[in-house]
Every structure is written in C-alpha cells, then in structure tokens.
Design a protein around this ligand. Structure first.
Ligand SMILES: CC(C)(COP(=O)([O-])OP(=O)([O-])OC[C@H]1O[C@@H](n2cnc3c(N)ncnc32)[C@H](O)[C@@H]1OP(=O)([O-])[O-])[C@@H](O)C(=O)NCCC(=O)NCCSC(=O)C[C@@](C)(O)CC(=O)[O-]
Length: 301
C-alpha cells in the first residue's frame, strides 16, 4: 500500500553540488537553499564537513550555514564523517547531521580512507557528542545494490550495516544506490530482507539515476512502505568516488510522480522548477530533470 504522505529530503546542495565541476561561491549555494525552502522543501542537506582536500566543493559549508536565513519548520542538515566534522557542524548550528558508511569495503576505503568497521568506530564519538547536543543523526549507506569496485552487494551486508547504524542511535538510515544500478526487482529484494527485521519508517531511499531506474525504484519502495525519499533538484551531482555515476534522481521528477499518485509532500512544483533552472544556469549545465524541461518548454510556448 502506498503512503499518504512522503517526506522529501533535498540533497542537491550537498550530494549534488559536491560533484559539480563549476566552482560555486557560498552566496550561490545560499540562494539555492533559500529557493528550495521557499518552494516548501522542509529538509535540506545544505553542506558537508568533510576534509576539504577530499571534496573542495564543500569547503565553504561553514559560510553557507552562517549565511542561511533559516525558515521556521525547515531542517538544515550536514554530512559529518567524524568528530571533527561534527564539531564544525555544531559550531555553525546545523539542525541535524548525517554519518555515512558503505556496504562495500572497497568503496569505504575510497570514500573515507578506512574499512567499514573503522568508519563505524569513528561514528561512536559523533553519536555521543550529538546526543549531548540533542542533535538528531541520520545514517547513510552507500552501494546498497552495487559497488563500482566490488560489483553486486549482498542484501545481508546492507542489513548488517543498517542495524549497526540504527543500534548506534541513527533515527533513520538512507539507502544509497550510489551508482544507480538498482532495478525495481533488486530494490524489492533488498527491502524484503531489511523489512523482515527493520520497521520501514526507519528507512529512506536515496537513488541515483545513472541507469534511468530511479523513479521505478522509488515507486517500488513506496509500495513496500518507504515514505522518505532523497532527491536532488535538477538532478544535480554524482559521486566523486564512483566514476560515471550520474546525479540523484531529480526532485522535480519525484514530485511529479507523487502528484500523479495523489501523495502529499508539501512542495510547490513550479517554484522548485525555478530553483532548478536557476542553479543549472549558474552551473552552465543542462537541467537533468525531464519534468522541469517539459514544463519549462510548455511555459515558453
Ligand atoms: C573521512 C576523512 C576525513 C578521512 O580522511 P583521512 O585522511 O583518513 O583523515 P585523518 O583523520 O587521517 O586526517 C587527515 C587530515 O584531514 C583532516 N580532517 C579529518 N577530518 C576532517 C573534517 N571532518 N573536516 C576537516 N578536516 C578534516 C585532519 O585534520 C588532517 O589534516 P592535516 O593534519 O593533514 O592538515 C576523509 O576521507 C574525507 O573527508 N572523506 C569524505 C569523502 C566524501 O565527502 N565523500 C562524499 C560524501 S559520501 C556520499 O556522497 C555518498 C552518499 C552519502 O551521498 C550516499 C550515496 O549516494 O552513496
């Protein structure tokens, strides 16, 4: 059965912009975040406190958080790989942080320079500090169905990491199909394994659209009881440690799907399209949302 309401987690300003080649200054990112909040998005991953040598596009995250005019009811979250990242996020008053692990050892090494177990160890002090600061922590898992280095990933491995993150205190785990290889069938198999042990409300889906399967995978996930979907306005981004991976599914496309299904989400599609067109123009790249392109063409007629 489909959920009545879906929470859309906008990851464009982080997952999207971390992999765009055109450098943006903090003011452009702030403008994007303001436009997203104005469109009704209530969770916006606004930056990342990782080593700026690894991901230079996120180096201005402090400035971004300090420059945002916060809208009441909106959660401005940040990615934090370790205690140092958490302290940076806390200093600029992020509302929520996210730790990120992988279901593939090879990807964990490439992305975080350590094994899966070591990445989890780094989260222990983050969870303690977040608890003391009363800050919610989200968990991410990369490579939930496939890894660019290891190939297919067993659902059992994803289950193990998901349980670990939830046991540590993450309120939710977002399942990342980092290279977009999942299909409705493989996502269903994974969610069946997870759903046997974990309540669906603890899971979110985070699909990249490399193989054009993201919307089908989202629909399947909604049918299986998932009600939180990550997406990126204009389909921004990719992944710096997964060559050839395209951006997240475009938020505009997700909203069009939800509208068609009659599922509540609280986002104004027209305003969202304006936000996506503006950032695409600023980056001098095409808008990767098919819905945005279709509606923009219709507007121009
Ligand atoms: C995890 C580390 C930090 C380990 O990196 P490391 O080099 O092993 O760390 P270290 O602890 O040995 O420290 C080395 C240097 O980094 C500094 N450092 C250490 N931590 C920080 C920090 N937080 N902020 C700023 N600086 C930091 C630290 O201070 C030191 O500086 P130095 O003494 O050399 O001058 C590194 O590998 C890293 O930053 N990785 C991030 C990679 C990344 O951002 N990837 C993209 C995000 S994940 C993703 O996109 C997937 C997701 C979530 O969207 C889901 C999906 O789709 O799959």
């Amino acid at each position: 059965m489909l959920p009545n309401k879906v929470r859309v987690v906008e990851v464009g300003p982080r997952d999207g912009l971390q992999n765009e080649k055109t450098p943006l200054d903090a003011a452009d990112k702030i403008e994007l975040i303001h436009a997203l909040a104005d469109a009704g998005v209530t969770t916006i991953e606004s930056g990342s406190f990782v080593n700026p040598k690894w991901v230079p596009q996120m180096a201005s995250s402090e400035e971004v958080f300090q420059g945002i005019q916060r809208k009441s009811g909106v959660t401005y979250s940040a990615l934090t790989p370790n205690l140092k990242g958490f302290e940076r996020a806390l200093a600029v008053k992020a509302d929520e942080v996210a730790v990120f692990a992988a279901a593939s050892e090879a990807f964990a090494q490439k992305n975080t320079n350590c094994s899966i177990a070591e990445s989890i160890e780094r989260f222990v002090p983050v969870m303690e500090a977040a608890k003391a600061a009363n800050m919610p922590v989200r968990g991410y898992i990369s490579c939930i169905v496939g890894c660019p280095y290891e190939g297919d990933i067993a659902p059992q491995k994803v289950l193990e990491v998901t349980k670990t993150l939830l046991d540590m205190g993450c309120y939710e785990v977002s399942l990342g199909d980092t290279i977009g290889v999942g299909t409705a069938a493989s996502c269903q198999r994974l969610l069946e394994v997870l759903g046997a042990e974990i309540p669906m409300e603890k899971l979110a889906v985070h699909y990249h659209d490399t193989y054009g399967q993201a919307l089908a995978n989202i629909l399947k996930s909604l049918e299986m009881g998932v009600a939180t979907v990550d997406s990126s306005v204009a389909g921004l981004g990719g992944c710096p440690y997964a060559k050839g991976a395209s951006g997240n599914v475009a938020t505009e496309d997700v909203i069009y799907l939800l509208n068609g299904l009659g599922i509540e989400h609280g986002i104004d599609l027209d305003k969202l399209i304006d936000a996506g067109n503006a950032i695409s123009n600023r980056l001098n790249r095409p808008n990767n949302s098919r819905v945005a392109n279709a509606i923009t063409a219709k507007r121009e007629k």
